[in-house]
Design a protein around this ligand. Structure first.
Ligand SMILES: Cc1cc2nc3c(=O)[nH]c(=O)nc-3n(C[C@H](O)[C@H](O)[C@H](O)COP(=O)(O)OP(=O)(O)OC[C@H]3O[C@@H](n4cnc5c(N)ncnc54)[C@H](O)[C@@H]3O)c2cc1C
Length: 410
């Protein structure tokens, strides 16, 4: 019998598999898709590498994916993104004074959230920040960073998030790194899991392709997928874990990539901009993400979910780019790729955000369901959620817990 079945070949599942294999345990990873990486995937847009999901090595100096990228022959770009005050608005930088004011307002709002969190207040972020001229931009940043509007972001959850000072990218794509790490690991693709029976001493996992048994299981599926009941558990998950799944829904961020001849793109090198600082209903843009000849539009929150559902993500970006840069830039687009994370049945969103009042759900989710059944994934990390780093930490932590359990049981 196998020692451990891991469900999901995303960052968490792969990290768990590597840790268990390194300790000499037998492992099988069951993955619904035809590829590894889950919410980290790079696609080729006419010769340019585009990260459809995770792109940034947040916490890059301590993030294990940075070393893995280099070990697997990828090029880590150590350029810091010009997020914050230095981000352009449309096709122009803000004046030095306006940049300073924008940065000061952002830092003040952040300090208000941290103060609320430090006082143990778990309330909507929107209730602790002023409704002033800087608010639309702050709210828009929330939709990109957390995937949800300020009204639906918990002060305590946001306050617990560790500050990422180093944000680097990978020329070949971060998704490429994850897929290279998966090579050689024992993964069964096109194998959606339907039922986890942990009623006996071991665990029986039912899939579309048959049944597999093991002494223990780590389930790394996104919270929104499990909350929808895509996988049946026998016996049912305990009420605390079930509630935690519902308290940590995934927001819906999306990207549109436009392929360009590099010389047709504005400026030199990588440049970030926001479409507007007057409304939350705007995309942000990145010219030459990871140095590639692409222009990327980034969407979050309600705008992202609505435009995905109506098939209008690319149309919105083209229209906003036309108003910012003129029709000529848009006429030079050579190809496009649009994501649909909200409707992706194996993800149902981009990254988890705790509902206000529910920040402690992450700790509940990370508790073993039984000694043989553990949940893992980005949503289980209280400090690095929504990242590949947090997902890997969670997978490794689940693996370590199981190594103790397996040692103690015959
Ligand atoms: C648009 C976007 C931008 C992002 N940007 C960044 C970024 O810049 N930096 C960063 O660090 N993170 C970013 N993230 C978040 C990052 O991608 C996730 O935090 C991380 O990939 C989650 O890993 P995971 O293993 O927890 O989950 P997943 O990657 O979702 O892995 C779960 C796996 O389970 C599989 N699965 C689902 N259902 C079943 C089933 N029934 N049976 C078997 N398998 C199943 C899925 O296919 C998937 O492979 C971004 C995500 C998105 C969508």
């Amino acid at each position: 019998m196998l020692d451990v079945i891991i469900i999901g070949a995303g960052a968490a599942g792969l990290a768990a598999a590597r840790a268990l294999l390194a300790a000499g345990r037998s492992v099988r990873v069951l993955e619904a898709r035809a590829r590894a990486g889950g919410r980290a995937v790079t696609t080729d847009v006419q010769g340019a590498a585009a990260d459809l999901g995770a792109a940034w090595l947040h916490f890059a100096r301590e993030n294990p994916w940075t070393a893995l990228a280099r070990e697997h022959g990828c090029t880590v770009l150590e350029d810091e993104p010009n997020w914050g005050g230095a981000t352009w608005v449309g096709d122009q930088p803000l004046s030095a004074e306006a940049q300073q004011q924008a940065s000061a307002a952002y830092l003040r709002n952040h300090a208000l959230v941290e103060a609320a969190a430090a006082a143990g207040h778990d309330v909507p972020v929107s209730t602790v920040i002023p409704d002033d001229e800087f608010r639309p931009r702050f709210d828009a940043v929330m939709t990109w960073a957390v995937g949800r509007p300020s009204e639906q972001v918990s002060t305590l959850d946001l306050g617990r998030y560790a500050d990422s000072h180093d944000n680097w990218s990978v020329a070949e794509g971060l998704g490429t790194v994850v897929s290279r790490v998966a090579q050689g690991l024992p993964v069964s693709y096109n194998t959606p899991v339907t039922h986890i029976d942990h009623s006996g001493t071991g665990v029986v996992v039912h899939t579309a392709n048959g049944t597999l048994s093991a002494r223990a299981v780590i389930c790394t599926l996104p919270t929104s997928v499990l909350a929808r009941g895509a996988v049946r558990f026998t016996p049912e998950l305990p009420p605390g874990h079930l509630q935690a799944l519902h308290d940590l829904p995934l927001g819906v961020c999306n990207k549109v990539f436009f392929r360009y001849a590099d010389s047709d793109l504005p400026g030199q090198g990588t440049q970030h901009s926001v479409g507007s600082i007057r409304t939350v209903r705007t995309a942000s843009y990145c010219i030459r993400p990871a140095g590639q000849p692409l222009l990327m539009a980034y969407f979050g929150g309600d705008l992202s979910a609505e435009l995905e559902a109506s098939g209008q993500l690319a149309a919105f970006a083209r229209e906003q780019l036309t108003s910012l840069y003129g029709a000529d830039l848009v006429s030079r687009i050579q190809g496009e790729v649009v994501t649909g994370w909200g409707g992706d049945p194996w993800a149902l969103g981009s990254y988890s955000a705790a509902r206000p009042g529910r920040a402690d759900a992450r700790a509940v989710l990370a508790r073993p369901v039984t000694p043989q059944l553990l949940l893992a994934g980005e949503a289980c990390s209280a400090t690095h959620y929504g990242t590949l780093y947090g997902a890997a930490q969670s997978g490794q932590s689940a693996a370590q817990q199981l190594l103790h359990t397996l040692q103690d049981t015959p």
